[in-house]
Design a protein around this ligand. Structure first.
Ligand code: AMP
Length: 398
């Protein structure tokens, strides 16, 4: 179905056309007509599925610009809040709707000025929003549409109590749009009191990366991890590489070391000042920095195009994050490569990822790298070949 069959106004269709969107994504095709009818929805769609437009477009059509906060969008991180506001501004190019954003880590002054002028849609992270409410800069009494985005991440980050407080400040008689990639128990109980007679939209969970991404594990002992990373970078013709680390400390250490090797590097994690975070992301997107070292918390969900390589310095703890991280490359039909360094203590996580994606992931060695011996990797190979043999034997003896 084309966009013009969904019931959106001409002004929005014009903006969508200018953005080059040709047809709605599955979540858009399902959600837009329901939201236009005023229904509450629960959508289990991940970032990258076009969910911002799925909630943004119909909401923009339903509001009557009047510079009072009629729609509140809650986001877990500052970068996502900024990304959503940028998207909403591009969709509302031909409307008079005013969109604003508040998040922490920056001064209050400009946010207060923007709020004084009045906005129709406010995108916010929970902590800073509560601060503004406490200072009397914001009232939620006119909210007609409440959008809770990435609810599972808000849960991971410990924001659910703040989010619950904010929901209670909105009028009961409102439309609620609830987006969460996964629905753990804490979220299920929240859904009961937050939503009224919701329609459920499920967009299949992405269990594999795009076919354009080649990915492999690189077993290495802990002491040689950093050396192997450097070797990988030396051997690779990359234009832009995204390195994920589990800790902020490692992100800082690696970026400093790469800088010393004359790479242009930016760092993204939650302890960095907001100005630095914004500059890092902007510089990486524009090509000013060839390397971005990031922790998951800062990087998940961000829409970064043109990444040629992803390197996981640590194996992700959550199997789904693996698919998500390597999906940062190979976007829009371009070729991409993803390397994951694998140490002995991460074998269990690696197995969980293989179970999740339903395939064995290749183990690779780099020629000319002086590997230290690890018994565990050898045992892993033996177990794998024993399993393969017994499966083959099972087939023969049937
Ligand atoms: P999101 O899941 O909202 O973060 O969107 C992911 C990316 O898909 C963004 O760069 C959007 O601009 C883009 N996008 C959203 N809807 C469409 C569409 N219907 N056609 C093409 N691109 C889209």
């Amino acid at each position: 179905m084309p966009f013009n069959g969904l019931g959106l106004s001409d002004s929005l269709l014009k903006a969508i056309g200018e953005l080059g969107f040709e047809k709605p994504t599955p979540v858009q095709a399902k959600a837009i007509p329901l939201i236009l009818q005023g229904k509450d929805i629960i959508a289990s769609a991940q970032t990258g599925t076009g969910k911002t437009a799925a909630f943004g477009l119909p909401t923009l059509d339903r509001l009557e610009p009047g510079k009072r906060i009629q729609c509140l969008v809650l986001e877990p991180t500052r970068e996502l809040a900024q990304q959503v506001v940028d998207a909403l501004e591009s969709y509302s190019k031909h409307l008079s709707t005013r969109v604003g954003v508040v998040y922490g880590g920056v001064k209050y002054g400009r946010q207060r000025e923007m709020l004084d002028k009045g906005v129709d849609i406010l995108v916010a992270t929970p902590g800073r929003l509560l601060d503004h409410i406490g200072q009397g800069n914001i009232s939620l009494k006119n909210v007609q549409v409440l959008i809770l985005d990435e609810v599972d991440r808000m849960l991971d980050m410990g924001f659910l109590p703040d989010v619950s407080r904010l929901i209670k400040m909105c009028p009961k008689d409102r439309q609620t749009l609830f987006f969460s990639a996964t629905i753990p128990a804490a979220i299920q109980s929240m859904m009961k009191w937050v939503l009224s007679d919701p329609e459920v939209i499920e967009i299949g969970r992405n269990r594999s990366a795009a076919e354009t991404v080649t990915h492999a594990f690189y077993p290495v002992v802990q002491q040689q991890k950093y050396d192997l990373l450097i070797k990988l970078l030396e051997q690779t013709q990359f234009e832009s590489v995204l390195i994920f680390t589990r800790t902020k400390l490692n992100a800082d250490l690696i970026s400093r070391r790469l800088e010393r090797l004359k790479h242009s590097v930016a760092v993204l994690h939650s302890d960095r000042a907001q100005g630095e975070r914004t500059a890092a992301l902007k510089g990486f997107k524009s090509g000013k920095f060839e390397v971005l070292v990031a922790t998951d918390i800062a990087a998940r969900g961000l829409d970064i195009a043109g990444v040629t390589h992803v390197i996981n310095y640590d194996v992700p703890l959550n199997a789904e994050d693996y698919v998500h991280r390597i999906g940062r490359t190979g976007r829009a039909e371009k070729e991409g490569d993803a390397f994951t360094l694998l140490t002995e203590d991460e074998l269990k996580n690696a197995a969980a990822i293989e179970h999740f994606v339903g395939q064995k992931i290749d183990r690779k060695k780099i020629e000319g790298f002086d590997y230290m011996y690890s018994r565990l990797f050898e045992e892993e190979e033996k177990t794998a070949s024993r399993k393969a043999n017994s499966r083959a034997y099972g087939r023969l003896s049937r």
